[in-house]
Each structure stands twice: as C-alpha cells, then as structure tokens.
Design a protein around this ligand. Structure first.
Ligand code: NZQ
Ligand code: ZN
Length: 391
C-alpha cells in the first residue's frame, strides 16, 4: 500500500426533502448572500429552485440566480457568473444541478475571490488557487461526483480544450442529495451518469503491482452495487432505494476513497475529454465509447487486475488469468450496451477522419507533452491507435 493523506470534508445531507435544509446550512456557515447557479432549466421546471429559495428565505439569506450552464460547461460562461457575483457581493456560491453546474459554481467561487486574476490562468495552472468562496451543492444527477470531489472541469471553447483542476478549494462545504430529484432525468443522462460513476472507480482500479485489499474490496462492492441497481432503474427509474444506492455510490466513487493506497490513472477520462472538447459529447458516453478499446490495448500489462475484476465484479469463474481478463472486458462492454451507452466512437454518431483522430490524440496527450496510463505509458501514437480501435 502506498502512503496517502485523506480528507473528504463535505457535509452530506442525504434523503427525501433534503433540499429543505439548505437555509439552515447556509446560515450555519455564517453566509448572507448566495449565488444560485443552475443549468438549462430542469431545476426551475421541477420546482426544486423554488423550494431552495423558500428555505433560504426562511433564514433570511439573500440570493441571486445565475442560469444557463450547459453540459460541458465553459470558461466564458463561468466568467459571466464571476462578474455577477462580484457585482452582487456574493459570499457563497451554490450549484443546483449536476456536475456541469457544480463545477461552474466552483469556478465562480475561485474567480470571485481572485477577481484580478483571469479564470483561464487558474484553469491552466499558471496561478494556484490560494483562496476561494465557500461552495455548496444541491445534486440532481448521480454522475460526476463533483459534490464531494476536489476537482472541477471546464471547456475553453476558444482553445478547444477541456480540462480540470484539483484543489482542496473545490470541496463543497455541503452536498444536499435527495435521490427523488433524479427521477426526472432523461434515461440517457441517467445511464451516462451511471457509466461515469463506474469509471471513476475503474480508473483507480486497473493499476498493477500494488496491494490494497480494503480499497479493492470497497471498489468491487461499489461496482457490484451500481450494476445491480442500474438494472433496477432500467425497469423503474422511480425506485427510491435503487436511486439512493446509485447516488451515494456516485459520491464515494469520486471523493478519493477508492484510490487510497494506490492512487489513480484517469487515462480513459483524457480520451473522453478530448472527444467532448472536439464534439461536445455527453461525458459518460465519451467514456463508454473508448473504454473497450482502451482495455483491449492495455489489459496484458495488468492481467491479474483485469482477471480479479472479472471474478469479483462479474462473477466470472474462469481460472486462466488472461481468459478471465478478456471475459471481464467483454461483460463490461456488454453492460454499457445494455444500458444504452455507446461502445464505440461511431456509436456516438461520429465518423472522424484520420486527421481528426490525430487531433483527438494530441488533445488527449496535451500536444504530446503528457504520457497516459499507469499500466503502460501511452504517447500520442498509442492514443491514436486506441482512438482508431474505438472508431
Ligand atoms: O441543465 P439542466 O436543465 O439542469 O439539464 C441537465 C443537463 O442537460 C440534465 N439534468 C440534470 N439533472 C436533471 C436533469 N434533467 C432532468 N432532471 C434532473 N434531475 O442533465 C444534463 C447533464 O447535466 P450535467 O451537469 O452536465 O451532468 P453530469 O453531472 O454528468 O456532469 C458532467 C460534467 O461534469 C464533469 C464532466 O466532464 C462534465 O463536464 N466532471 C466533473 C468532475 C468533477 N468535478 O469531479 C469529474 C467527472 O469525471 C467529470 O469530468
Ligand atoms: Zn468522469
């Protein structure tokens, strides 16, 4: 087991009607004026925003709304939010929605507390975050795990780049999670979210040569839980207990618990972010589209990990390591298909040219400055090969 430090400081308020507690929470933090960040309007339509505002009013917390966050949120839009937050003297930023909204809330908090710094200088890591405003989340989709994670991801449309920053200032002070809020999700978003949840644990699992029994068992249990409850939600999206299991798994999958003693890889995310930056595809779908190709290219470098995954997650009984590993990959890809996720780039409705595949590979490897994966370092040519295989 490798040495580690672990802190997951977000207060989780979980369960039916949890959003009604937001006023008390903001009051406890000593905050007076909130920026309520939201997306394309699902939270207005569902009545959630009204309930959030009523709870804030009950504790005499002022608020200002800032909507219009798109999936694959942009730096330019976050900058608009920063202007508003500065003008309105906001002291807490609350994301009401999914990962895109919560990440935008985080960016606005950093930008507002550092109003003389260009947000892209923070995002491109030229300027470290040393102060920020507190951030809170009301989660409406189990997926990205932003509600407890130390990361936030934005797209710079001018540069065609999608990237994230990791900092303790990205940790939400509180995360309000009512599984019922996810009942209204379009099926595609729900299962893209479920794919992302699985991927956050899998990106920390396929690293060879380090023994971490407890972390492994937690990861395998989380994946089995997500798979079995996803099947229940396919039949009935309003099954509260199944949605609750998935929602909590989403937070634990990405609050660093699943990497303790081993660390993380996240190379599949680099491939996915390249696809999303270039073609604006849904995050979870960008991951399922490349995972099979990624796994088939790399599993021989970590056959024992892939075989263990096959046995513990999918119940495969094959005793030969390589054959078990192959069966586990097949089962995983079949599962993505079963839940309606693309398992190839053409499944995303895309048909990139050879030149475009080259551009994607450069995006994934930051113009060849970065090698991907802890199984085997992948350069731009390897990335091209994986994108070709995923085609
Ligand atoms: O915008 P609205 O109208 O709210 O609609 C959203 C959006 O269209 C809709 N939606 C969300 N909750 C709903 C709902 N529709 C009906 N009922 C509800 N209850 O779902 C769509 C997708 O929302 P989005 O916020 O984009 O989803 P998700 O949570 O999957 O977030 C994806 C973003 O998070 C980033 C991704 O790269 C992507 O940009 N990630 C953030 C991470 C982090 N901060 O730790 C880690 C992840 O790996 C990921 O990279
Ligand atoms: Zn993700």
């Amino acid at each position: 087991m490798e040495s580690f430090e672990y802190q997951a400081p977000t207060k989780v308020i979980f369960g039916k009607n949890a959003e009604e507690k937001i006023g008390a929470e903001v009051k406890n933090l000593g905050m007076k004026k909130a920026l309520l960040v939201y997306g394309g309007g699902s939270v207005i339509k569902s009545g959630l925003m009204e309930r959030v505002e009523k709870s804030l009013e009950g504790y005499e917390i002022e608020y200002v709304e800032f909507g219009g966050v798109k999936p694959n949120p942009t730096v330019a839009h976050a900058k608009e939010g920063i202007k508003l937050a500065v003008k309105e003297n906001i002291d807490i930023v609350i994301g009401v929605g999914g990962g895109s909204t919560i990440d935008t809330a985080k960016a606005i908090a950093h930008g507002t507390a550092n109003k003389d710094v260009d947000l892209w200088d923070i995002w491109s890591k030229k300027v470290p975050v040393t102060k920020s405003l507190p951030v809170g989340a009301v989660l409406t989709i189990p997926a990205a795990g932003s509600e407890m994670s130390d990361s936030a991801v934005l797209t710079n449309e001018e540069l065609g780049k999608k990237s994230g920053i990791n900092t303790p200032f990205n940790r939400c002070k509180f995360a309000i999670m009512n599984p019922e809020l996810a009942f209204t999700l379009p099926k595609y978003q729900l299962f893209a979210g479920i794919t992302d949840i699985m991927m956050h644990t899998m990106e920390r699992y396929f690293i060879p040569g380090i023994s971490c029994q407890l972390t492994d068992e937690l990861a395998e249990g989380l994946l089995r839980t997500v798979i079995s409850n996803a099947k229940i939600l396919m039949e009935n999206q309003e099954n509260y207990d199944a949605m609750a299991e998935i929602m909590w798994a989403g937070s634990l999958s990405h609050n660093n618990l699943m990497e303790l003693g081993r660390g993380k890889d996240f190379s599949v995310h680099k491939f996915g972010h390249a696809l999303s930056a270039k073609y604006d595809v849904t995050h979870g779908a960008s991951l399922s589209a490349v995972w099979g190709a990624w796994a088939n290219e790399l599993y021989m470098g970590a056959a024992d990990r892939f075989a263990r995954f096959a046995r513990k997650v999918w119940g495969i009984e094959e005793s030969d390591e390589v054959r078990a590993a192959q069966e586990g990959i097949k089962k995983t890809v079949e599962f993505f298909s079963l839940i309606g996720m693309p398992t190839s780039i053409s499944g995303l409705g895309l048909n990139p040219s050879k030149e475009e595949i080259g551009e994607l590979a450069l995006l994934a490897t930051a113009n060849g400055t970065m090698k991907l994966s802890r199984i085997r370092p992948l350069d731009t040519d390897d990335a091209k090969k994986i994108f070709e295989m995923a085609r």
